[in-house]
Design a protein around this ligand. Structure first.
Ligand code: C2O
Ligand code: CU
Ligand code: CU
Length: 566
C-alpha cells in the first residue's frame, strides 16, 4: 500500500522539473596535485535553503578527477578549508599507511597535508573521500569526494575507449537523504535523492549524457552512504564489464546487470555503434536485489526500528538518460576479447585464515550498531598484527540481518569463495570492497606487502558510512620483518630491540605478569627526553643521533640499558 502511494507521487505530482547535462569533472595530471577542500552550497531543491556542501578546488560539490600513472611519483597537497578536522583517503590505492588518509592522520582546520608516494596500482578507477572517524558519512555525503583514474601500460596498449569525457565517462552515483531544511542527513535511511556527478537525477530531475555511437566506457562508482545499485540499461541491453575495483578483468564479462554496493567500482563498456539518435536509460533494477540489501525490497521491520522505507527501495528506477549522438573520429568500435592476466595467490600459500564475523547486539538489529567479532572500533586497539609479506585468507561471515560491503585498506584481494562456490567472473578480478549479504560467507586471499608501519594502522570496515562511523571498523598494522635482530633481555622480563635503532624502539614483555611499567629515556647529560607508561613502541625518529640511557621502572625496581640511535 505504502509503496503504491510513493510510486503515485513519483509518477504524477513530480513533473519534469529540469534536465541537466552530465557534468564531467576536470582532470588533474601529476606529478603535483593541489586539492583544497572547502565549504560551499548548492541549490539542490527548487524551494527553500541551499544545501551546505563540501567540495574540492573550483567545484561546489565533489572534486576533480586525479589521473595517476603507474610507476610515477605523486605529490599531493591537501589544504583543509572546511572549518572542521578531516582526512583524505585514497580508496583502493596501495601506499604507506601514513599517506593512506585514515583516521590516525587528521588534517586540522586550516592545515595542509602533503602525501607523496609512488603509484603501484594497476589501471582502474579508484576514489578519494574523507575518513575522519565519526565524520566520514557527514563529510562524504556533503560532497567531499572525487575519482582517481590509474593508467598503466597494459591497459593503455588495449583498444579500449579512454578519451575522458568523449568516450570514457566518470559516473559518481550517490543516493542521499535531505532534511526539511534541505541539508544532507548522514544517518538517513530514507535516501531517495539520486545524484550523478553531483547533478540531481530523481523526483522529476534528469541527467542526460550525450554518448557517441560507438563503444563507450563508463566508470561507475557507488559513492552512496548505504544504498546498493543493480545497474542495467533499458530493454536489458547487454554491456561488458571490463574492470572491477582494482584492475582489469581477464576478459570482458557480457551481462545485463551489475550490482555495486557502496565503495565498489566497475568499468563497463556499452556498444552504441548502431544507435545514433536513440535514447536509453542507465537504471537500477533494485526490485531484483535480495531482501536485506539496502535498496532492495524493504523487509518487515521490528517495532521501534527507524524507518528504512525509501520510495526507491525495491523498485526499478532511472539513473541517467543517454542520448546517442554521432560517432566521433577515430572511434573505438570493438573491444578486445582478452584484457589481462590476473594472478591470484594459492590458498596453500596462505599462512593464516582470519575470520571476521559481522555481529550485532541481537539478530533483529537493522540499523546498527554492527560489530566485527563483537567489537566496536577502538582507535587504541590494534585488531590484527600482520607480518609484512604475509599471504592471508580472510573469511568474512555475515551473522546480521542486513548486507554489508566489506572494505580493506592497503591491499587489493581476490575472492576465492562465496558460500562454498567459486566467485563469478565479474568478481574474479582485483577488488577492495565485497558485498556480503545476510547469512553469507565470503573468503578472499591477499598479500600484505611493501609497507610496514608499527605505529599507523590500516583500516578495514563496512562501507555503509553510518555503520562505519558507528564502529563497524577495525584496524591492523603491518609489522616489519625483524628476524635476525638481536633482542636485549632485561631482567628476564623485557625485550628491547632493535639496538641500535633508527626510527623506533620496541619494548616487548616476556610474560604477561607485568601490568604496569614506566619508561624514561635520558640523553648523556641526564636530560629526560622521553617518559611514558607501558609503551611498547617508542617513536625515535626525531631523537638526535647518539647515545641514550633507557630506564624501566617496574614495581620499584629500576633497570638501565644504553641505547644507540643512529
Ligand atoms: Cu572508501 Cu576506508 O574507505
Ligand atoms: Cu579505502
Ligand atoms: Cu554495514
Amino acid at each position: 500500500m505504502k509503496k503504491l502511494f510513493y510510486i503515485f507521487l513519483l509518477g504524477s505530482s513530480f513533473q519534469i522539473k529540469a534536465q541537466t547535462q552530465l557534468f564531467v569533472p576536470d582532470t588533474i595530471t601529476g606529478p603535483n596535485y593541489n586539492l583544497t577542500m572547502h565549504q560551499d552550497s548548492v541549490q539542490f531543491f527548487p524551494a527553500g535553503k541551499k544545501s551546505y556542501t563540501y567540495a574540492f578546488n573550483q567545484y561546489k560539490y565533489l572534486g576533480p578527477t586525479l589521473i595517476f600513472n603507474k610507476g610515477s611519483n605523486v605529490n599531493i597537497t591537501v589544504n583543509n578549508q572546511i572549518g572542521d578536522t578531516t582526512t583524505v583517503h585514497w580508496h583502493g590505492i596501495h601506499l604507506p599507511s601514513k599517506w593512506d588518509g585514515g583516521p590516525h592522520t587528521p588534517i586540522l582546520p586550516g592545515g595542509v597535508w602533503n602525501p607523496q608516494f609512488t603509484v603501484m596500482d594497476n589501471a582502474a578507477t579508484y576514489w578519494y573521500h574523507p575518513h575522519f572517524h565519526m565524520k566520514t558519512a557527514e563529510q562524504a555525503i556533503k560532497g567531499a569526494a572525487g575519482l582517481i583514474i590509474v593508467r598503466d601500460p597494459i591497459e593503455s596498449a588495449l583498444s579500449l575507449p579512454r578519451k575522458y569525457g568523449v568516450d570514457d565517462f566518470p559516473l559518481i552515483i550517490q543516493c542521499q537523504q535531505y532534511d526539511a531544511n534541505n541539508q544532507a542527513m548522514p544517518l538517513g535511511m530514507q535516501d531517495s535523492i539520486i545524484l550523478v556527478n553531483g547533478g540531481r537525477a530523481s523526483h522529476g530531475y534528469t541527467v542526460n549524457a550525450n554518448f557517441p555511437a560507438q563503444m563507450v566506457r563508463m566508470r561507475l562508482l557507488n559513492a552512496s552512504g548505504e544504498r546498493s545499485f543493480n545497474f542495467g540499461f533499458t530493454g536489458n541491453k547487454q554491456f561488458k564489464i571490463i574492470a572491477s575495483d582494482g584492475g582489469l578483468l581477464n576478459s570482458p564479462v557480457t551481462t545485463d546487470r551489475i550490482r555495486l554496493s557502496p565503495g565498489e567500482r566497475a568499468e563497463i563498456v556499452i556498444d552504441l555503434n548502431a544507435m545514433n539518435g536513440q535514447t536509453l536509460h542507465l537504471m537500477s533494477y533494485a526490485s531484483e536485489l535480495a531482501m536485506g540489501i539496502q535498496g532492495g525490497p524493504t523487509m518487515p521491520m521490528p517495532v521501534g526500528s527507524p524507518p528504512m522505507d525509501s520510495p526507491l527501495n525495491g523498485i526499478d528506477f532511472n539513473i541517467m538518460q543517454i542520448t546517442v549522438v554521432p560517432q566521433t573520429t577515430n572511434a573505438v568500435t570493438t573491444i578486445p576479447s582478452s584484457l589481462t592476466t590476473n594472478v591470484s595467490y594459492l590458498p596453500s600459500q596462505a599462512s593464516v585464515t582470519r575470520t571476521v564475523r559481522f555481529t550485532a547486539d541481537s539478530a533483529m538489529v537493522m540499523d546498527g550498531p554492527f560489530y566485527f567479532n563483537g567489537n566496536s572500533f577502538d582507535m587504541m586497539r590494534i585488531d590484527y598484527e600482520i607480518p609484512l609479506n604475509n599471504i592471508e585468507i580472510w573469511k568474512i561471515v555475515n551473522e546480521t540481518m542486513v548486507a554489508h560491503p566489506f572494505h580493506i585498506h592497503d591491499v587489493q584481494f581476490f575472492l576465492i569463495d562465496r558460500n562454498g562456490n567459486l566467485p563469478s567472473a565479474e568478481e574474479s578480478g582485483r577488488k577492495d570492497v565485497v558485498l556480503v549479504p545476510s547469512g553469507d560467507s565470503v573468503m578472499f586471499i591477499t598479500k600484505f606487502e611493501d609497507f610496514a608501519d608499527t605505529i599507523i594502522p590500516f583500516m578495514y570496515h563496512c562501507h555503509i558510512l553510518m555503520h562505519e562511523d558507528d564502529g563497524m571498523m577495525g584496524q591492523f598494522i603491518v609489522k616489519p620483518i625483524l628476524t635476525g635482530i638481536r633482542k636485549t633481555d632485561i631482567n628476564n622480563t623485557f625485550l628491547l630491540y632493535p639496538n641500535p635503532a633508527t626510527t623506533e624502539l620496541h619494548i616487548e614483555l616476556k610474560n604477561n605478569k607485568v601490568s604496569s611499567y614506566q619508561i624514561t629515556i635520558s640523553d648523556i647529560t641526564g636530560k629526560i627526553i622521553y617518559k611514558d607508561k607501558n609503551s611498547s613502541i617508542i617513536n625515535a625518529s626525531d631523537f638526535t643521533k647518539g647515545m641514550y640511557v633507557l630506564e624501566i621502572e617496574q614495581d620499584g625496581n629500576y633497570y638501565h640499558e644504553k641505547i644507540m640511535i643512529e
